[in-house]
Design a protein around this ligand. Structure first.
Ligand code: ATP
Ligand code: MG
Length: 398
C-alpha cells in the first residue's frame, strides 16, 4: 500500500516535471487518511487525455471522452482522470456533458461527498477545500454542496451514501437524510446493475445494519428492485452477509418473492448461489443423509447457508447439526463426483448385457447413492453383482 502511493507519486512527479499538476484523489485519499487499506489509487490532473497518453509509455484508453486513462507504472494500473466539471443533469443519472477544466477546485466540487472530495500531493499533503477531514473525524457523510441538488442530479448518490455508511461505519448527515426522503423516488432512474453493485459493497461493509435501517427509514426501500416487495420490518431485522444471502432469506420466508428476483439482474453466479442456498435448506428440512448433502453441495454454499440459518434463526438446532455433520463429512467422502465411480453407463450396460434406456440414469443414481452411503463397494464387479441382485424393471429383468 505504501508502495501504491510511492509508485503513484512517480506519475504525479512526471506531470509536474512537464508543467502539469497531478494529485491523488477520491477514495484512496479518504481511506489513507482513515488508516484503512487502499487497494486502488486514483490520480487527477489538468493534463488532457491525449497529453496523458503522450507522457507515459504504457496507457490504456478506458474512457477518453470522460477524461479517464489508465496509466501503468511499474506494472501497476492507476486511473488518471483529467480535471472535469459536469454539465446539467436532465436524466438524474448522467451529466448531459462533461467539460475539462484547468482547476482542481472545480473538479473536487463535482464529487459526491466531502470525504471523497479531498486531494493529496505526492508528498501526502492534503488539499481539502470542502473540509472533508472534519467530516472524516466526525464520522459523517455529507454531500459537497446542497444535498437535495446533488441527489437530484444523480440519484445513485443516495445509495452510495448508505453504502459508505456501511463500509466506513459512518453516520449520514441530517441534511442528506432529509434530501433522500424527498428524492428517494428518483432511484427509479438508476440502472439496476449500478444499484446491485452498490448493494454488494454495502453487504461487504462493517455496519450493514445501520445502512439497511437508513434505507428503510428514508424510503429508499420502496424504490429498490426486488426489495420493495419485502416487508419493511423483515428487511430491517434480517441479517445477511451478501446480497445473495439476503435474497435467499426473504425468498425462504416468502416464496412469492421469487418472481421478483429477476428484477435485481443478478449474475448467473449469484442466481446459482441463491438457488443452491434454497436447495440446501430444502435438503436439510427433508432430513437427507449428511453424506448426500455433503456430496451435492460445495463447502462454500454449506458454510454460507450455515451463516444465514443461524443469523436468521431459519431452522432449529437439529437441522444445523445435520448441516455441520455434512461440512465435516465432506473431506472423507468416498466419491467427490460421478467420475470417481468405478462404473459408467457403458461398462454397466456391457456388464449386465443390457441395452441403454432411461433405466440407466436411474440405476447410476442409485449406485452412486449406495456407494456414497458405504452400502456398496466402489468396484465394478461388486457393483454389477449388486445391480443384478437388487435392481429389476417391471418385467422382473434388468
Ligand atoms: P471505493 O472504490 O472504495 O468503492 P471510491 O470513493 O473510490 O470508493 P469510486 O466509485 O471508485 O468510489 O469513485 C471514485 C471517486 O469518484 C469518489 O471518491 C468520488 O470522488 C467520485 N465519484 C464517484 N461516483 C460519483 C458520483 N456518482 N457522483 C459524484 N462523484 C462521484
Ligand atoms: Mg475507487
Amino acid at each position: 500500500e505504501q508502495n501504491l502511493f510511492k509508485t503513484g507519486a512517480k506519475i504525479i512527479e512526471r506531470f509536474e516535471e512537464n508543467n502539469y499538476e497531478g494529485y491523488f484523489v477520491g477514495g484512496a485519499v479518504r481511506d489513507f487518511t482513515l488508516g484503512r487499506d487502499v487497494s486502488d489509487v486514483d490520480i487527477t490532473t489538468n493534463a488532457l487525455p491525449d497529453e496523458i497518453e503522450n507522457l507515459f509509455e504504457k496507457t490504456i484508453d478506458v474512457g477518453k471522452e470522460h477524461g479517464t486513462i489508465i496509466v501503468l507504472m511499474d506494472d501497476i494500473p492507476f486511473e488518471v482522470t483529467t480535471y472535469r466539471v459536469e454539465g446539467e443533469y436532465t436524466d438524474h443519472r448522467r451529466p448531459d456533458n462533461v467539460y475539462f477544466t484547468q482547476h482542481l477546485t472545480e473538479d473536487l466540487s463535482r464529487r459526491d461527498f466531502t470525504i471523497n472530495a479531498m486531494a493529496m500531493t505526492s508528498a501526502m499533503e492534503l488539499y481539502d477545500p470542502h473540509n472533508g477531514i472534519k467530516d472524516l473525524n466526525n464520522k459523517l457523510i455529507n454531500t459537497v454542496g446542497i444535498a437535495k441538488e446533488r441527489f437530484d442530479e444523480d440519484a445513485l448518490r443516495m445509495l452510495r451514501a448508505v453504502r459508505f455508511m456501511s463500509q466506513l461505519d459512518f453516520e449520514l448527515s441530517l441534511d442528506a437524510q432529509k434530501a433522500i426522503k424527498e428524492h428517494a423516488a428518483a432511484l427509479d432512474y438508476v440502472a439496476v446493475e449500478r444499484i446491485t453493485a452498490e448493494l454488494e459493497k454495502l453487504y461487504r461493509g462493517i455496519n450493514v445494519k445501520s445502512a439497511k435501517e437508513m434505507i428503510a427509514q428514508t424510503g429508499l426501500l420502496k424504490y429498490m428492485p426486488f426489495f420493495k416487495h419485502i416487508d419493511r420490518d423483515r428487511y430491517v431485522n434480517s441479517a445477511a452477509e451478501s446480497l445473495g444471502q439476503e435474497a435467499a432469506v426473504h425468498i425462504y420466508k416468502d416464496s412469492g418473492l421469487k418472481e421478483h428476483l429477476s428484477k435485481l439482474k443478478l449474475s448467473n453466479r449469484q442466481k446459482a448461489e441463491i438457488k443452491a442456498s434454497l436447495q440446501v435448506i430444502g435438503a436439510l428440512t427433508e432430513q437427507t443423509n449428511e453424506k448426500l448433502i455433503a456430496y451435492r453441495f460445495e463447502t462454500d454454499i454449506l458454510n454460507s447457508v450455515n451463516d444465514i440459518i443461524r443469523l436468521n434463526e431459519l431452522l432449529d438446532t437439529e437441522h444445523i447439526e445435520l448441516l455441520e455433520k455434512a461440512v465435516s463429512a465432506q473431506p472423507d467422502l468416498i466419491l467427490k463426483n460421478r467420475s470417481d465411480l468405478d462404473i459408467n453407463g457403458n461398462s454397466l450396460m456391457s456388464g449386465l448385457n443390457a441395452r441403454g434406456g432411461p433405466w440407466l440414469r436411474e440405476c447410476l443414481d442409485m449406485i452412486e447413492q449406495e456407494v456414497l452411503l458405504g452400502n456398496l463397494i466402489n468396484n465394478e464387479a461388486e457393483i454389477i453383482n449388486w445391480v443384478k441382485s437388487h435392481v429389476k424393471n417391471e418385467d422382473g429383468n434388468i
